[in-house]
Design a protein around this ligand. Structure first.
Ligand code: NAD
Ligand code: IPM
Ligand code: MN
Length: 347
């Protein structure tokens, strides 16, 4: 089990440290961790947010545990040198196109949600977010028009094969759950979304057992806080999935709780919390490491088929939460290391 560890910036190293402690505690005897620099930390050391040596480690490993990247001091840099290019570059270079973001309320923990408990109680969804295309990776720039005004532009596009492969992931994920798939788009306005919808409908013919529905993204955002329990699996594009998953995190209780897996065609995957480097709390020892600990669980499940170990980690996190262990993001006062200790004790 060769795992690349790219801790990155801000709270990335803080939360990753706790996840590594949890991985070690499982006593897996063939665990090999290889560290690499990413983000602003890598830019400062090597002049690039995703240096060739880091990319080589990523190619060589079976899975990647990724912290977070981002540093406001780097926001003036040319786009290709910004910290965020590390995660975007890894997703693209390794063909990591299927970003799975589960959002589930644990039994008895519905009070953590910012929604009313009776609404939050039934939340159990997976957002399947495409992560290799969309407006993220199209031609972009800031140009000067003939009359001297500046204009920013980002081209949004999806090729049919890109939609087809993520649609298959959506349908397969639904087949393993309640067999309900909701495709989210903006087909009433965008041609990219019209093709998305057409292709999802074509693929649905191969999954007659799955009940397919469609929502426009604005309505989906509203439905997610109105009755989030209606969602089983959501499949959507890169940008809509980015936004909806942050929203889903608060339906559960905190962005510090949501883990993610980003898979390529095989078992190779990148595992990271959905949150960023949180510069406002970095260095204070108060970040919630649970999202990253749960990402380590997803890594064991999705890249190595270690379901029992993954479930053990998830149960330990749920138990810690049930015992009232939580940080400031959930109204508590436990620090990052204390939360790590609490999860380890329950493991
Ligand atoms: P963010 O997710 O970093 O933080 C949003 C808010 O949530 C902040 O108030 C933060 O303190 C809080 N928060 C986030 N994670 C938390 C945790 N584990 N425990 C407690 N509180 C937590 O989003 P942002 O502030 O918009 O972005 C900050 C930087 O991170 C930017 O540079 C952005 O580009 C980057 N970013 C990176 C990733 C990634 O590496 N995958 C993801 C999102 C944002
Ligand atoms: C995420 C982040 C990234 C994204 C940024 C940092 C590029 O917000 O993983 O959710 O937009 O994909
Ligand atoms: Mn995001």
């Amino acid at each position: 089990m060769k795992i690349a560890v790219f801790a990155g910036d801000g709270i990335g190293p803080e939360v990753t440290h706790e996840a590594i402690r949890v991985l070690h505690a499982l006593g897996l005897n063939d665990l090999e961790l290889v560290e690499g620099d990413v983000g602003a930390a890598a830019y400062r050391k090597h002049g690039h947010p995703l240096p060739p040596a880091t990319l080589a480690i990523a190619h060589d490993c079976d899975a990647i545990l990724f912290g977070s990247v981002g540093d406001f001091d780097c926001d003036h840099l040319e786009r290709h040198l910004r910290p965020e290019q590390a995660i975007l570059g890894l997703r693209k270079e390794l063909g990591l196109f299927a970003n799975l973001r589960p959002a589930k309320v644990y039994k008895g923990l519905e009070d953590m949600s910012t929604l009313r408990p009776e609404i939050a109680r039934v939340i159990d969804m997976v957002i399947v977010r495409e992560s290799n295309g969309d407006v993220y990776f199209g031609e972009k720039g800031i140009r000067t028009l003939p009359d001297g005004r500046r204009e920013g532009y980002d081209i949004m596009s999806y090729a049919e094969d890109e939609v087809r492969r993520i649609a298959h992931v959506g349908f397969r994920t639904a087949m393993g759950r309640k067999k309900q798939l909701c495709s989210v788009d903006k087909a009433n306005v965008l041609e990219t979304s019209q093709l998305w919808r057409d292709v999802v409908i074509e693929v649905s013919a191969e999954y007659p057992e799955v009940e397919l529905s469609h929502l426009y993204v604005d309505n989906a955002a509203m439905q997610m806080v109105k009755s989030p329990g209606q969602f089983d699996v959501i499949v959507t594009g890169n940008m809509f999935g980015d936004i909806l998953s942050d929203q889903a995190s608060m339906c559960v209780g905190s962005i510090g709780l949501l883990a993610s897996a980003t898979m390529a065609e095989g078992t190779k995957g990148l595992f990271e919390p959905i949150h960023g480097s949180a510069p406002d709390i970095a260095g204070k020892g108060i970040a919630n490491p649970m999202a990253q600990i749960l990402s380590a669980a997803m890594l064991l499940r999705h890249s190595f088929g270690k379901e029992a170990e993954a479930a053990r980690i998830e149960a330990a996190v749920a138990k810690a939460l049930a015992d009232g262990i939580c940080g400031g993001d959930l109204g508590g006062s436990h620090g990052t290391a204390e939360i790590g200790d609490a999860v380890l004790a329950r493991l």
